[in-house]
Each structure stands twice: as C-alpha cells, then as structure tokens.
Design a protein around this ligand. Structure first.
Ligand code: HEM
Length: 320
C-alpha cells in the first residue's frame, strides 16, 4: 500500500511540474478529471459518424460496396500521406528512418493492390452499369490524395506527360502543372476541350496541387533519399523498398485498377460515357505514360518495358 502511495505521489509531482510550467493549477484540472466520463470505443472511433457516411445515390445494394471501398482506399491514402510527410519533414533524416517508413507505405499499397479484387469480382455487373450512370461525372480520377501522394513522391518533371519531359526540365511548377499527365488524359487533343470531370477537379484542387509542388520541391521522397549518405549500410535495402514503392504506385495498383475497368467497361461501348470521359484504354495502362518516381533506380531496359508485362497480363494476353 505504501509503495502504491509513493508511486501516486511521484506521478502527481510529475503532473504538477507539467502544469506549473504553463502556469496552470493542477488542482482545478484534477477536479475536472473527477467529472470526466470514461472513454468508450465508439466515442474514440466515432463509429456512428463513420457508419453514417455511406450515402448511395441509388437503391441498388452493390453501390454500397463501391462507396465503402473508395472510402477505405482514401483512408489508406491518408496513412500513406502521413508517412510521406514524416519523411519529408524529418530533421536529421537517417536511412534507417526512411527505410522503415517506406516499408510501412509499401505495406499499405500491398493491401490496396490485393484488396482491389473486391471491385473486380465483388459487384454484379448489371447493378454496376446502372448505379455508375447515376454518379456522372464523378470519377476516382478526382481523388486529390492520390495526386498529392504522387507530387510528394518525386520531382514534378516526372509527372509531366511523357513526351514533354525532355523539354520541360527547367520549367516552373506552374508550367509543368499545365502539362501534368492526368490533364492530358482528360483533354480531347483535337479540340483542347477538357472533360467536366477535369474542370471541376481543377477548380477545387488546382491551387493545392501547385502549392504541394512548391512545398515538396526539395523535400520530395526522391530528393530526400538522394540527400542520404550513399554508402550507408541500409542504402541497398532502401533502394529496394523505393523500387517496390514505384512498382506499387505506378504498375501494380494501376494494373489492379485497370482490371476493374476491363471487367465493367470493356464490354459495353455505351458505358464508356459512364466514366470521367477519358479514353481509358489509352490512358490507364501504366506502360503508355511510364510514370516513374525514381528513374535512376531502374535500368534502361526496365524503363523501356515499364508495365508492359502487366498490361498484357491484364488483358489475358502473353508477350508473344
Ligand atoms: C469498378 C471499379 C472502378 C472502375 C470501373 C474505375 C474506372 C476508372 C476509369 C475509367 C478511370 C479513367 C478516368 C475516367 O475516365 O473516369 C479511372 C481513374 C481513376 N480511378 Fe477508378 N475505377 C474503379 C475504382 C476505383 C477505386 C476503388 C479507386 C480508389 C480511389 C479509383 C481511383 C481512380 C484514380 C486515382 C484514377 C486516376 C488514375 C490515373 O490518373 O492514372 N478507382 N477509374
């Protein structure tokens, strides 16, 4: 008993020191604690709020799967951004710290890639065709967090549409943003007309994307790993983890995603109109745009064949 009391007194003294440091009276806070209710799981996780956020636009039951899976993905994107930001802002960054965080990021992407089958096989095509029409012109294309991850991962030039990359190396963030790959994907080349999906997306987030570009100019993941000592013991492991990250974001996830587009949109030409308006067969396959966050970690051959096998596989074709 005496031991317990001594421990209690020690804790109280520590707390008193904490409160005193900011000129607060610990006795008032202790009194407040007396009336504070115990924390419940549902208050902490906000389950009621969370479960009230699935609001279908139709009465088709499978629409719920579509909404919830998008929401789950956005939550993982949030976790990924949180790790990316920690690496970007870490003073005295070490190879060990970066490696551990990139491994966390890869774990999240792995879950996203593996679980995409929920979209590919988990909904009735008939229902999908119907409820997707009710969601026009919304598209996952408008996921801002996806774009923020890309901008934080690499130098802006690596996100510029492939053919312009060699000529825009000295361009400003604003100039490069005008030619970011996804704008071209949602613009009709002949007329220069942007899809409504793109117009709305830019109205809401354009300024934020440019600000993100400036903020990550010298602290994006590529810049940060290049600033680490090349001879550090964990560098080969970090290279490997970054290659995996590049593959998850720029090949494996696009491929898993492409499979769902293949399943639901391929067979019905009319349904092409039910997307964000891109020519998705030309736009989505990873090998056409060759987005690569860490080009120096790949051989010329790797770059040449970027996502090639993956695309052939998605359409059930072999390389020959
Ligand atoms: C049945 C499921 C899905 C289908 C059929 C589908 C279809 C498409 C299509 C056709 C596009 C091209 C843009 C457009 O024309 O709309 C697109 C883009 C996109 N979708 Fe999905 N999508 C599905 C699920 C998802 C999910 C669950 C997410 C998670 C957030 C997502 C995120 C994205 C992103 C980030 C893009 C832009 C990709 C890029 O710019 O390369 N999609 N989707």
């Amino acid at each position: 008993m005496e031991e317990k009391n001594a421990a209690l007194m020690a804790q109280l003294e520590k707390l008193q020191a904490k409160y005193q440091a900011t000129g607060q009276d610990i006795i008032s806070y202790l009194e407040g604690l007396y009336y504070t209710d115990f924390l419940n799981y549902w208050d902490y996780v906000h389950t009621d709020t969370l479960l009230s956020l699935q609001i279908p636009r139709t009465s088709l039951p499978d629409e719920q799967i579509f909404i919830i899976y998008h929401q789950i993905t956005e939550l993982y994107f949030k976790l990924i951004l949180s790790e990316v930001n920690q690496i970007a802002d870490k003073a005295d960054l070490t190879t060990e710290f970066m490696l551990e965080r990139v491994e966390r990021i890869n774990r999240y992407w792995e879950i996203l890639v593996q679980s995409f089958v929920v979209m590919v096989n988990g909904m009735e095509t008939e229902q999908f065709m119907k409820f997707r029409m009710a969601l026009l012109p919304a598209s996952g294309f408008q996921s801002a967090q996806y774009r923020l991850i890309e901008i934080a991962a690499t130098d802006f030039i690596n996100l510029v549409t492939k053919d312009l990359r060699p000529t825009m190396k000295q361009a400003s963030i604003e100039q490069m943003y005008e030619h970011i790959y996804w704008k071209e994907g949602a613009t009709e080349i002949a007329t220069g007309q942007k899809t409504l999906t793109l117009v709305r997306f830019e109205e809401k987030y354009g300024a934020q994307f440019i600000a993100q570009g400036h903020a990550f100019l010298s602290k994006n993941l590529r810049k940060r790993y290049l600033s680490l000592p090349a001879d550090s013991e964990k560098m080969p492991a970090l290279h490997q983890a970054l290659r995996e990250f590049d593959t998850f974001v720029n090949v494996k996830w696009p491929l898993a995603h492409l499979r769902s587009a293949g399943r639901y949109l391929q067979r019905n030409v009319d349904v092409l109109a039910a997307t964000g308006g891109t020519n998705w067969q030309k736009y989505l396959p990873p090998r056409f745009q060759k987005r690569i966050f860490f080009p120096e970690l790949w051989s010329e051959e790797d770059v040449e064949n970027w996502g090639k096998a993956a695309v052939l596989d998605a359409y059930g074709m072999s390389e020959k």
